[in-house]
Design a protein around this ligand. Structure first.
Ligand code: SAM
Length: 339
């Protein structure tokens, strides 16, 4: 069977010294000792773990048994509805392994639904926090390649999922992801656009119950492995422009959500300027918005697998990689529009 042909992580890659030096200076200041242990993991791709998100719309046949046989366990053990808190991620099934065991990706075949999607399991945290309920109208503002849109559709069946992506090439990739995982009979629930997310708030004010802003950010994990130093230097320059874009996207999301609705802001960087500082600046400038704590029961249940960093200031939650818990980086915070 193809799953048995598991490969052990990726081949050795070269670390970009310029990016590493920059991270050392910034993150040791922002995260203290936690940076040095996260750094050990980031510099050792052979230790990275992989999550397997199951597609509830596909024929799963013996997949669960196969994964269990390989030593995978379910990140979110299924509980009965009565014993759940107010969270509703009953259908979401992500299998994880304590070791860096990786199964092959599945190819795209027109007319066939893929059975699983490989991801960094910490990227489910924004989706679990969004906590979409059946029938809700949801906007995924920065959606390509589509991992979080896909996870939203696993967790619940929204009334509408609007997935948006600015970049045309990545928009095409998003369309392909949705086609590979979501049955044609339910595609009327999806709207896929390639707009500048900054304009959607004014185009569709108050139209959504929930909005996810999985913002363009410094991707710490992949930036470390930039093959060329010049590219690394370019990124570090561009990095200073990102907080402005992130604030504009978050403001657009707050305009697009209805009063009482929730916006989740997430990034895959540890950078304070792109995380807490963005949220704090928007809270200071935007009337009628409050910061919500993440569901403590959810945090407690994930703490067996994810390492939650001690944040200064403590706005939102940040998962950072640590030995044996290599998930992240993933920053998440949750805001509610009051009026
Ligand atoms: N949510 C995606 C997932 O889980 O697969 C990952 C999103 S990635 C972190 C951020 C995306 O935002 C990129 O695909 C980028 O092209 C897109 N983007 C950048 N600027 C944007 C804008 N102004 N409006 C909408 N999307 C934008």
């Amino acid at each position: 069977n193809t799953l048995a042909a598991q490969c052990k992580s990726k081949p050795q890659r070269q670390v970009c010294k310029t990016v590493l030096k920059h991270f050392d200076a910034q993150y040791s200041e922002e995260l203290g000792e936690q940076w040095w242990s996260a750094r050990d993991v980031l510099l050792n791709p052979l230790s990275w773990q992989y999550g397997v998100l199951l597609n509830r719309f596909s024929d799963l046949a013996n997949l669960r048994q196969c994964l269990t046989g390989l030593g995978y366990t379910n990140l979110l053990p299924q509980t009965c509805p009565e014993s759940q808190s107010h969270t509703t991620h009953m259908h979401l099934q992500c299998f994880i392994h304590r070791d860096p065991v990786r199964i092959p990706t599945q190819g795209h075949h027109s007319g066939w639904l893929k059975q699983y999607y490989l991801l960094n399991a910490a990227s489910l945290l924004p989706v679990l926090t969004l906590n979409v309920k059946e029938g809700e109208n949801v906007l995924d503002l920065c959606a390509a390649p589509g991992g979080k849109s896909l996870a939203i559709l696993q967790a619940a069946t929204p009334g509408l999922l609007h997935s948006n992506e600015l970049d045309k090439h990545r928009y095409d990739w998003l369309l392909k992801t949705l086609e590979s995982y979501f049955p044609p009979t339910l595609r009327h629930l999806l709207s896929v656009t390639h707009l500048d997310g900054r304009s959607i708030g004014s185009m569709r004010p108050g139209a959504y119950d929930k909005v996810l802003v999985d913002a363009p950010c410094s991707n710490d994990r992949s930036w470390l492995y930039t093959p060329d130093t010049h590219q690394g230097e370019m990124w570090l320059k561009e990095r200073t422009q990102l907080p402005l874009l992130q604030k504009e996207l978050l403001c657009s999301a707050l305009a697009a959500v209805r009063p009482g609705g929730v916006v989740v802001y997430s990034t895959c960087t540890m950078s304070r300027a792109e995380n807490q500082s963005v949220v704090e600046a928007v809270l200071a400038s935007y009337q009628g918005v409050e910061l919500l704590d993440l569901d403590q029961q959810l945090i407690d249940s994930l703490s067996d697998h994810f390492y939650f960093a001690h944040l200064r200031p403590s706005v939102g939650q940040l998962v950072i990689p640590q030995k044996g818990k290599t998930w992240g980086p993933m920053y998440v915070s949750q805001l509610r529009r009051i009026y």
